[in-house]
Design a protein around this ligand. Structure first.
Ligand SMILES: O=C(CO)[C@H](O)[C@H](O)COP(=O)(O)O
Length: 234
């Protein structure tokens, strides 16, 4: 590993540790984001080295699908399999109860489908993602475009201060893999993630929000201690 940026080193380490958990024959949920991208790369390297055979990936986004193809991981769909053995995905925040905020990459709707179906859901983060309580990271909410105004009003009533996520190197809003828009809602604090997840998802026009409650089984945390990268489990 030649990477020198400490955050990238932590992401790389934890991505490798997660890829090492996958067993031959597994159906694997492939997460989205820069940390999950390292995991997909290491899965491909294990396949090349012959230490991992006969796996199939279920991508959580266009990005994951492109990376899987790049690294030679065969893909399948939820129509074709009746189980996902393990899903490995990043997160934007992780609290001590292993609840998450996801969706920094606008992929949380598909991620919740795939990660939630997996027999084991492994989260890969660098140590900067650990928080005492969720909410400093604005909560991503995927919204059907025609409902954007009423959903914004409903989120404001909940204290969410929503903003439409805008594109980078693209004028106008971010459009998700499903053709929808993203609102980022900044709550002062999220006291009850389970209640808020359900309340937001009950607003007509909302597909899903980035609160992942009681879904994660293992959190792998990349950190740097005494100048050495390491991985610990929560
Ligand atoms: O939820 C996600 C995408 O929707 C990502 O997993 C999350 O944003 C973390 O990304 P990164 O590993 O790049 O920090």
């Amino acid at each position: 590993m030649t990477e020198t940026d400490p955050v990238k080193v932590m992401k790389q380490q934890v991505g490798k540790a997660a890829a090492d958990l996958v067993k031959s024959g597994n159906i694997v949920g492939l997460g989205t984001g820069s940390t999950a991208a390292f995991m997909i790369q290491f899965l491909g390297e294990r396949m090349q080295a012959g230490t991992l055979t006969d796996i199939k990936g279920i991508p959580t986004s266009f990005q994951a699908s492109v990376l899987a193809k790049k690294y030679g991981i065969p893909l399948t769909t939820l129509d074709e399999v009746d189980r996902i053995d393990v899903a490995i995905d990043g997160a934007d925040e992780v609290d001590p109860q292993k609840n998450l905020i996801k969706g920094g990459g606008a992929a949380h709707t598909r991620e919740k489908i795939v990660d939630g179906l997996a027999e084991q859901f492994v989260v890969v983060v660098d140590s900067s993602k650990l928080v005492d309580s969720l909410g400093a990271f604005p909560l991503p909410v995927e919204v059907v475009p025609m409902a954007i105004a009423p959903v914004m009003r409903a989120l404001e009533e909940l204290g969410g201060n929503p903003e439409i996520r805008m594109g980078v190197k693209k004028d106008g809003p971010v459009i998700t893999d499903q053709g929808n828009m993203i609102l980022d809602a900044k709550f002062a604090a999220i006291a009850n993630p389970a209640d808020l997840e359900k309340t937001i998802n009950n607003i007509p026009g909302v597909l899903d929000n980035g609160l992942f409650v009681d879904l994660a089984d293992i959190i792998l945390i990349g950190e740097i201690k005494d100048s050495q990268p390491s991985v610990r489990e929560m």
